[in-house]
Design a protein around this ligand. Structure first.
Ligand SMILES: Nc1ncnc2c1ncn2[C@@H]1O[C@H](COP(=O)(O)OP(=O)(O)OP(=O)(O)O)[C@@H](O)[C@H]1O
Length: 540
């Protein structure tokens, strides 16, 4: 790339999401100046990052025309810029929760390699593929990507079976393989375990200088609470309302960055204090109907284990994922399930919720009774369990995202087997039950969202919050929170964590990042098949 050129330049621009007359601008003020030069590595930082990345990916209409320009296009070019934007998304939506674990795949499932190529679709019923484009694949780049993104051993696996972390890496490879002119990655490290985070961060740091790739500049989006990678050279701090707060070289702005972080933390503490004391609804009002509310430790000890695994093993086509796992979970205990991407955490949880075909397994003992086909059924099991997970998020968005508003979405938590049942129920609920839903909405600040907003129109953070609240309202004995807080803003996340400290039921949490992990007393760490650790967490 010519070093005199810029990558992106914004000058005196107002952005709109539509040409319709009354559409308000994305930011009320014009963006006076913003410019990315080759060899600069920018992080778009702060609560307005996703909006700003949308601007950079040319998703809005700019006024005047040409106030947003891309240096890699010819002056008079009519060609659209080739920009890839990798945003936070979980696993692929499947037809239903168990589809991910089924042996016989959906007709149109692809291998991981086909997904990364993004070139053809096909049916498993026929042997040929239908090309959807004739893009030439740079195989040299493909090899580099799968090696560096640790996807080599997963190339031939069905893409639907990939774990969250594996799927994030596959999405990144798919975007990079398109050799875009500009690559925008929002929250590049969400859902990745610490070693994958380190490897991918190092890879991104040197990516634009690699021979195999044609100088693709990368811009990342990051939240206040995330550590800005050391290789970023420039920062653009953006808020939701007014746009750019400050921008420039990180070296020069380091003090400002630190100060902004501190202020954000202080404001958060302050808002927690005030918001928790305001309003009429207390946590006790919300949880007093839980069957375990008010029970003391001496009572829990006398109860049978909520879950007991007595030598559980799970394998795919002979390859073990979990082996001889022994684990006892006391009612009312809170567990952090740990382990690297792909170590089997979601698989373990899908066994508990009976979404996994190998769930009918007498090594799974619930409330002292071994699970057996004919004795226990899916609905009985799920009447006591609720969950929020990336799989559920993806399916909820696909099936209910355009139909249900916040209140209706939360209310579906009352459905039998609510993890998989999104049929509207709000209108048929008793007035008294509706008022419980309303109390939850009020407590978590979701009552501020107008009823005209559908689930899919909410921010990712609000969607996560809705799914969390949805998982609570049927007062489950076992609450499963699989990456339930990744992608959430800090304030609502802290509110959920505080609430969970009082929650009387059993809680199983999967989270890779300490800040996203609510307080747990115990941990189960999956290391490799047959190897695991169980212990207490004494971090108080
Ligand atoms: N149908 C399948 N066939 C083969 N392998 C599968 C299948 N489904 C899942 N796997 C593999 O099983 C392993 C465990 O996946 P799982 O989703 O349980 O991991 P995880 O610990 O939850 O990971 P993450 O932290 O990334 O969410 C992964 O390596 C995944 O690729």
């Amino acid at each position: 790339m010519n070093s005199n050129k810029f990558v992106v330049r914004i000058a005196d621009a107002l952005f709109k999401s539509s040409l319709a007359k009354n559409t308000p601008p994305v930011y009320p003020q014009r963006i006076r100046h913003f410019e990315i030069l080759p060899n600069e590595k920018w992080v778009i930082w702060g609560p307005g990052k996703s909006k700003f990345l949308n601007i950079l990916s040319n998703k809005y209409i700019c006024e005047p025309p040409l106030s947003l320009r891309f240096g890699f296009l010819m002056e008079s070019s009519n060609i659209l810029p080739r920009i890839e934007q990798v945003a936070f998304k979980g696993v692929l939506p499947t037809a239903h929760l168990s589809a991910r674990y089924e042996y016989f795949k959906d007709d149109y499932d692809q291998t991981c390699k086909q997904f990364i190529f993004d070139k053809a679709s096909g049916s498993n019923a026929v042997s040929y593929k239908v090309e959807t484009n004739n893009r030439k694949i740079n195989m040299k780049l493909y090899d580099v990507l799968i090696e560096n993104l640790k996807l080599s051993s997963l190339q031939d696996q069905w893409v639907m079976g990939l774990s969250n972390g594996q799927m994030r890496r596959a999405r990144l490879a798919r975007s990079m393989l398109k050799e875009p002119d500009l690559l925008l990655i929002d929250d590049p490290f969400l859902g990745l375990d610490p070693s994958a985070t380190a490897t991918i961060s190092q890879f991104l740091a040197r990516y634009d200088n690699m021979d195999v790739n044609g100088d693709c500049p990368i811009v990342i989006g990051s939240r206040y609470q995330d550590t800005i990678p050391a290789w970023c050279t420039h920062v653009c701090c953006v808020d939701q309302q007014s746009g750019i707060v400050f921008q420039g070289s990180i070296k020069e702005l380091q003090n400002k960055v630190d100060e902004t972080k501190l202020i954000a933390q202080r404001e958060l503490r302050q808002s927690r204090k005030t918001s928790f004391s305001k309003g009429d609804v207390s946590i006790d009002d919300l949880i007093c109907v839980h069957p375990m509310f008010g029970k003391g430790d001496h009572e829990f000890i006398k109860m049978p284990h909520a879950i007991e695994l007595d030598g559980l093993s799970v394998s795919y086509k002979g390859e073990a994922i979990l082996e001889n796992l022994h684990w006892k979970v006391q009612p009312g205990s809170k567990w952090h399930i740990r382990g690297d991407n792909g170590s089997g955490k979601s698989t373990l949880l899908s066994l508990l919720t009976a979404e996994h075909p190998q769930s009918w397994n007498s090594n799974v003992i619930e409330n002292g009774v071994p699970r057996r086909t004919g004795k226990t059924n899916y609905f009985d099991i799920n009447s006591k369990i609720s969950m929020s997970s990336p799989e559920l998020h993806a399916i909820f968005l696909k099936n209910a995202g355009r139909r249900l508003n916040t209140r209706e979405s939360v209310a579906t938590g009352y459905r039998d087997a609510s993890s998989n049942n999104f049929l509207p129920i709000w209108k048929s609920l008793d007035k008294s039950v509706q008022s419980i839903v309303n109390m939850y909405l009020e407590y978590f600040g979701l009552d501020q969202i107008p009823d005209s907003f559908l689930f899919e129109q909410l921010t990712v953070s609000d969607q996560k919050l809705v799914l969390f609240v949805r998982s609570l309202i049927k007062m489950p004995q076992i609450l499963i929170l699989d990456e339930a807080f990744s992608g959430m803003e800090v304030e609502p996340m802290m509110r959920c964590h505080e609430f969970l400290e009082e929650w009387p039921g059993t809680v199983l949490v999967v989270a890779h990042v300490a800040e996203e992990t609510p307080k747990c007393a115990h941990y189960l760490k999956l290391i490799s098949p047959g190897e695991y650790e169980i212990g207490d967490i004494n971090d108080n």
